[in-house]
Design a protein around this ligand. Structure first.
Ligand code: F0G
Length: 468
């Protein structure tokens, strides 16, 4: 038996960026000036920034060196063809378009799918169904006059319950929503891997396959929302019967059989600082790809660069491979699990540890603050004040209001501690746990919040609040 209990970073850190912990008084002044909204803090006032894992990670030396080969030609650059070859090799998809990031792919594909289905199937009330739409995906759905339905399994909504694939679709619910709205109105099914909003929770291979079978039966295209495709593959390898001996690459290839197209924010598992992808498997949806290509020109850029420099495309072509490294993924997922376990031990209730973040259940931690006073956001402000740590609310503040202006009831009030890739170490994690212990010692001083300024869409980014 070895004494080694902890998997250390499987890399050397040879470029560093200093971070500074401001004083308690400075942090108190900063959070007040921000209108009690960590999004409005200056990053230099933040010690450990856990706002997102998007474009915030370290990049590899192989990506950095690949970037030097960037072909900056406006059209038909060598770098583009390298990227397209990587996509075919990794996902088995024939058609590739780079975009500036994930939402760039969404703004091309969502209206395209809607218009096509209106023309061909007489769709009148468009709806997309997902295990869980990410905010921007839902935003594009609504901007195009469509509805968005989430049909995740019930186990996902209880942070006390363990399920190996909490990100899974509830297949019965999926079928019921299709029947209820009429298959002609369902212009796409979006498989989000991992399920970000539910806690970075993976979707099993069996579930992806079952979703695809339902979609084929009703002739509905499946779009894989692919931001965390490597983390999802790793969970399948570790947790799903029959995949233990598969490589990450083989699992990825298999996952993408159960989709027709992919939209990707490459700023997560593909490790780049900026970039996205829109790819189509084969000629079945070639018309859609062709239409997206013409939309791409005015919105993202010529379809062989899609808003990216040749350098960024080279880094992406390399990052798609580097993000699949078995040792890196084992370390990455163990880091998240370590942070979640240590927080739980300290008395902080968390969602089952997932891929990219620890989701603290603020509803359970702060039962004295009702949902309409944004307990997870109040917790974010306190955590910043006491520890200089910036985290992000995934709860009532993010959800916003329905069409009648009534606050939507969030299924969970979560605070996401999003871990940038290969950027913070175990001692940062221990510091985060200690800061939470300080929050627990002061839990009675955490007050609910009310809005003093509220924009109509995506309000959480720029809202201002005050203590009740
Ligand atoms: N889909 C998922 C599942 C995402 O998590 C994101 C972004 C997007 C699409 C949009 O991609 O940002 O490149 O335009 N998520 C980030 C986050 C912002 O913090 O979770 P994007």
């Amino acid at each position: 038996m070895s004494n080694i209990k902890h998997l250390p970073e499987p890399f050397r850190i040879r470029v560093v960026e200093p971070i500074v912990l401001k004083t308690l008084e400075e942090r108190q002044a900063a959070i007040k000036a921000s209108g009690m909204n960590p999004f409005s803090l200056r990053s230099e006032d933040v010690f450990i920034d856990l706002l997102t894992d998007s474009g915030t990670g370290a990049i590899t030396n192989t990506m950095l060196s690949a970037g030097m080969l960037g072909d900056e030609s406006y059209a038909g650059s060598k770098s583009y063809y390298k990227l397209a070859d990587a996509v075919t090799d990794i996902f088995g998809y024939k058609y590739t378009m780079p975009t500036h990031q994930g939402r760039g792919a969404e703004q091309l594909i969502i209206p395209t799918l809607i218009e096509k289905r209106k023309r061909e199937k007489g769709m009148t009330a468009p709806i997309s169904i997902s295990n869980w739409h990410f905010d921007t995906t839902q935003g594009h759905t609504q901007l195009n006059g469509a509805e968005a339905a989430n049909v995740v399994i019930d186990e996902c909504m209880d942070t006390n319950v363990f399920h190996p694939f909490k990100g899974n679709f509830d297949i019965a619910k999926l079928e019921a929503v299709i029947e209820e709205h009429g298959p002609e109105n369902v212009y796409t099914i979006i498989s989000t891997i991992t399920n970000n909003s539910a806690g970075g929770q993976p979707v099993s291979m069996a579930n992806l396959k079952a979703v695809y079978e339902v979609a084929q039966r009703f002739d509905i295209p499946v779009l894989m929302d692919s931001a965390r495709f490597c983390e999802n593959a790793y969970f399948i390898q570790q947790r799903e019967e029959g995949f233990q001996d598969w490589t990450i690459g083989a699992i990825i290839k298999e996952m993408y059989k159960y989709s027709d197209m992919l939209a990707m924010s490459a700023k997560k598992d593909a490790l780049v600082r900026i970039g996205g992808l829109l790819c189509v498997k084969d000629d079945t949806y070639l018309d859609e790809f062709t239409e997206c290509r013409s939309r791409c020109v005015p919105m993202e850029g010529f379809p062989t660069y899609g808003g990216l420099s040749g350098q960024a495309i080279e880094e992406l072509a390399r990052g798609l491979y580097d993000g699949q490294d078995q040792d890196y993924l084992a370390y990455r997922i163990s880091q998240i699990a370590y942070l979640a376990n240590e927080l739980e031990k300290a008395g902080v209730p968390c969602q089952t540890a997932g891929g990219h973040a620890v989701f603290v259940d603020a509803g359970r931690l702060l039962p004295h603050i009702p949902g309409e006073q944004f307990p997870a956001h109040a917790l974010a402000c306190k955590l910043y004040e006491l520890g200089g740590i910036r985290a992000v609310e995934i709860g009532s503040l993010l959800l916003g209001r329905d069409r009648d202006g009534v606050q939507i009831k969030a299924p969970m009030e979560l605070l996401r501690l999003t871990v940038p890739r290969m950027t913070i170490t175990k001692s940062h994690c221990d510091y985060i746990v200690d800061a939470f212990k300080d929050v627990l010692d002061n839990v009675h001083t955490v007050k609910g919040l009310r809005l003093t300024y509220e924009p109509t869409v995506l309000r959480h980014f720029t809202a201002r609040l005050e203590e009740v």
